[in-house]
Design a binder for this molecule. Structure first.
Ligand SMILES: Nc1ncnc2c1ncn2[C@@H]1O[C@H](COP(=O)(O)OP(=O)(O)OP(=O)(O)O)[C@@H](O)[C@H]1O
Ligand SMILES: [Mg+2]
Length: 369
């Protein structure tokens, strides 16, 4: 729907605000441009409706080179919403929304119908709001009217430059939801600028991360979180938002660090007491240096309780282990492959470091889904 081909903008003083930018925005797609202040977001946006002319390169709107279109005509086909709204203060809500439909010479009846329909879409009762003036609305309501005004003449494309930047977090959140709903219902093609990563992750079909007029990465939110293109992107997203792939998570991060263990030479009754104290039905058997030796479970003990000479090492059995620095996938494989409920985790020398139980694995899966 909108195609940027090698678009460059150099401002007087040789400021290269946008540098050979190539980008395809599909019909019905919501693309978010994000990046640090001064990276060229607003410049990129304004070149689409030719509020700024590119120094070189081409921008196509629905297959037509925008350079070949009349700039005024072009702007009527494109809705534009900015941070400080710019509603006309002396016009009512209805007249503000109706600006472009009137310019397009819609009949008064069609205009009225459209205004009421739009107000209804964002939950503002037309009777109550159509005749108010902008200063009789809250900031969030004004911004809604700004969005409705841009939508009014059914533009093919919407450009939105930090439209919710000045709003409180709750209103902002509501408007993001509303925008996403409107976009999905009306299949609008939207290019949206923000510097708020949460906003981008929430609403975008595709996120375009810019720096110094260049695109560093353009991909779905999912992909960006999973595979940031470089350290700048990684840092910009914030480490805590990044999704680590399961193969990057270590056993030591999911295991329980205090497994219930007991020395091999202890008697069976001692084993039983330990199980009761800790409310477990198996014990990990270790030597004096904490090297893992094997496993004993409650049924093994009960079956041998009459034999007073036996110690735990006589009745323990082997159990595969994982290294604490292995990735979690190794444990899952081991558990599923052998039908076992838990796997001891050891270090290089065989010291017992922890235990991975099924519930550890379930929690891990829930965390990383
Ligand atoms: N009219 C202008 N004349 C000269 N330089 C300009 C002009 N407008 C913008 N610039 C420069 O171009 C670069 C990109 O500006 P732009 O407004 O596109 O950034 P932005 O990514 O929208 O930043 P912000 O997040 O602060 O809104 C900046 O270095 C800016 O100083
Ligand atoms: Mg800007």
């Amino acid at each position: 729907m909108v195609i940027f081909e090698e678009v460059t903008k150099i401002y007087p003083g040789n400021v290269k605000a946008v540098d050979s930018l190539c980008l395809k925005v599909k019909r019905g797609e919501l693309v978010v441009l994000i990046g640090p202040s001064g990276c060229g977001k607003t410049t990129t946006l304004k070149m689409v409706n030719r509020l700024i002319e590119p120094s070189s390169g081409k921008i196509f709107l629905a297959g037509t080179d925008t350079d070949e279109l009349d700039a005024v005509e072009l702007r009527r086909r494109i809705g534009y919403v900015i941070q400080n709204i710019g509603l006309f203060p002396h016009k009512t809500v209805a007249s503000n929304i109706a600006v472009v439909p009137r310019l397009k010479k819609w009949s008064p009846k069609d205009v009225d119908k459209r205004v009421d329909e739009l107000l209804g879409m964002v939950g503002m009762e037309p009777k109550l709001y159509r005749n108010r003036f902008p200063n009789e609305l809250s900031g969030g309501q004004q911004q809604r009217i700004g969005v409705l005004r841009a939508l009014a003449a059914e533009p093919e494309v919407m450009l939105m430059d930090e439209p919710f930047g000045a709003l409180d977090p709750i209103t902002r959140d509501q408007l993001q939801d509303e925008l996403k709903r409107l976009q999905q219902r009306l299949h609008k093609t939207i290019i949206f600028v923000t510097h708020d990563m949460d906003e981008a992750l929430k609403i975008a079909d595709k996120i375009v991360i810019m720096k110094d007029g260049l695109i560093l990465q353009a991909a779905s939110p999912e992909e960006i979180l999973q595979q940031p293109a470089n350290d700048f992107v990684r840092h910009f997203i914030g480490e805590d938002r990044l999704i680590r792939r399961p193969e990057q998570v270590l056993v030591s991060e999911v295991m329980l660090k205090k497994p219930v263990k007991i020395e091999y030479y202890k008697g069976l009754r001692q084993g039983l007491v330990r199980m009761r104290e800790e409310s477990v039905d198996s014990l990990l058997i270790v030597d004096n240096d904490d090297i893992f030796l094997g496993v004993v479970d409650v049924r093994d003990i009960q079956a041998n309780l009459n034999n007073k000479r036996k110690t735990l090492q006589d009745i323990m059995h082997e159990r595969p282990t994982v290294n604490e620095n292995d990735n979690v996938k190794a444990v899952v494989k081991l558990m599923v492959g052998n039908g076992i409920r838990f796997v001891p985790a050891v270090d290089e020398k065989g010291h017992l470091k922890g235990i991975v139980t099924r519930s550890c694995v379930v929690n891990f899966i829930l965390d990383y889904m």
